[in-house]
Design a protein around this ligand. Structure first.
Ligand SMILES: Cc1cc2nc3c(=O)[nH]c(=O)nc-3n(C[C@H](O)[C@H](O)[C@H](O)COP(=O)(O)O)c2cc1C
Length: 356
């Protein structure tokens, strides 16, 4: 008896299986952040996922962090996404948009010469991906308190546009060291105002942003992704357990559609700690197999499971699980690429594999 292939309620929706497609940046959009026909096909091919979470999408131009990533700011971007949501819905699927503001994980070459923004002027180590290849990160500019309110309002406006573009909901990217986690974490936030200092203040940006998104979409269409102790993009925190405990306690009353927790290599049992604190629909992702997902659900550790690379390489992942079929292996060399079909829409489904 399979647990992954049974329906479950997520916010406003009853989804037909518990296999959620993880948000995955694929860098196939135009220089203007507009998705094209390949992206329509890519998501439509994966419409049998219980729920698709889109790749990270910048709510405003200053939030862009990688070359060829898409936005949801201009009318052209909205119209292009509408084709994606129409195609997913035509095949019976559901899709949320992931809102991703990269903050300091960017570069002037991606921002028409502007300096990336962050809670504090602390540069991350490493390099940005630009059209001129990889270049060292720069020292970001600290947002003023008034500007922080403006950025939060950009998430609100982007949420309205995502709903207008036909998305079934939105996910705040609070993971992987991007802007919300830069505010949350003590190593990247040395602010003196109400958005820095105490854990209450550092969590405020994420909580206020969620409230702004909820104001447009309703709490039952808003999710949050976090990745405690992932330590990616130079994120550090003096006391991550206290930080995440506080954050998730504050989420409890909001009635979010879900909390999506992806753990990478930490020894701490964050799932055991955060799930009871949250009290709502809990999604576990990262490094799962069919077997481990079945076990997670059988043990009642989550309501649904999230798959990244496996969905990237297997457009019909639920059907493959149903049949116990072999899986296509993901090709890392085409994860991020200029707008090409290769490694994007050419992974075969079972029926086409048989024909081939
Ligand atoms: C190509 C690729 C792009 C990704 N881009 C994003 C992204 O835009 N936003 C995000 O939250 N996570 C992103 N991730 C992380 C995935 O959402 C997921 O957490 C991770 O792949 C672990 O799940 P998996 O082991 O099932 O692949 C990306 C992962 C991959 C493989």
């Amino acid at each position: 008896m399979s647990n992954t292939l049974t329906p479950v309620r997520i916010g406003r929706y009853t989804i037909p299986n518990r296999l959620v497609m993880a948000p995955m940046t694929r860098s196939r959009a135009s220089d203007d952040g507009v998705v094209g026909d390949l992206t329509v096909t890519y998501y439509a091919q994966r419409a049998t996922a219980g729920l698709i979470i889109s790749e990270g999408v910048f709510p405003s131009a200053l939030g862009k962090g990688y070359v060829h990533t898409p936005g949801i700011e201009t009318a052209e971007q909205v119209a292009a996404w509408k084709k994606v949501t129409d195609a997913v819905h035509a095949r019976g699927g559901r899709i949320f948009m992931q809102m991703m503001h990269s903050g300091r994980i960017s570069h002037p070459a991606l921002l028409n010469g502007a300096t990336p923004v962050a809670p504090s002027a602390i540069p991350p180590a490493g390099q940005a991906w630009t059209s001129a290849g990889q270049v060292d990160f720069v020292t970001p500019r600290a947002l003023s308190t008034e500007e922080v309110a403006g950025v939060i309002d950009e998430y609100r406006q982007a949420t309205r546009r995502a709903i207008e573009a036909g998305f079934d909901g939105v996910e705040l990217h609070g993971a992987s060291g991007y802007l919300p986690e830069q505010f949350l974490s003590s190593g990247s936030n040395q602010r003196q105002d109400q958005y820095g200092g105490s854990v209450e203040n550092r969590a405020r940006f994420m909580l206020d942003t969620l409230d702004a998104m909820i104001a447009e979409a309703g709490a039952d269409r808003v999710g949050l992704k976090i990745s405690p102790e992932m330590n990616y993009n130079s994120i550090t925190d003096a006391d991550p357990q206290q930080t995440y405990r506080h954050l998730v306690e504050q989420l409890r009353g909001k009635g979010l559609a879900y909390l999506h927790v992806a753990l990478f290599g930490t020894q701490t049992d964050y799932h055991g700690m955060l799930r009871p604190l949250f009290g709502g629909t809990y999604l576990i992702g990262s490094g799962l197999t069919q077997q481990s997902a079945e076990a997670i659900l059988a043990e009642g550790k989550a309501e649904a499971t999230v798959f990244g690379a496996a969905f990237l390489a297997n457009p019909d992942l639920p059907e493959r699980f149903r049949q116990d079929a072999a899986l296509n292996q993901p090709d890392r060399s085409t994860f991020f690429a200029p707008p090409t079909a290769q490694g994007y829409i050419d992974y075969p489904a079972l029926d086409t594999a048989e024909v081939a």
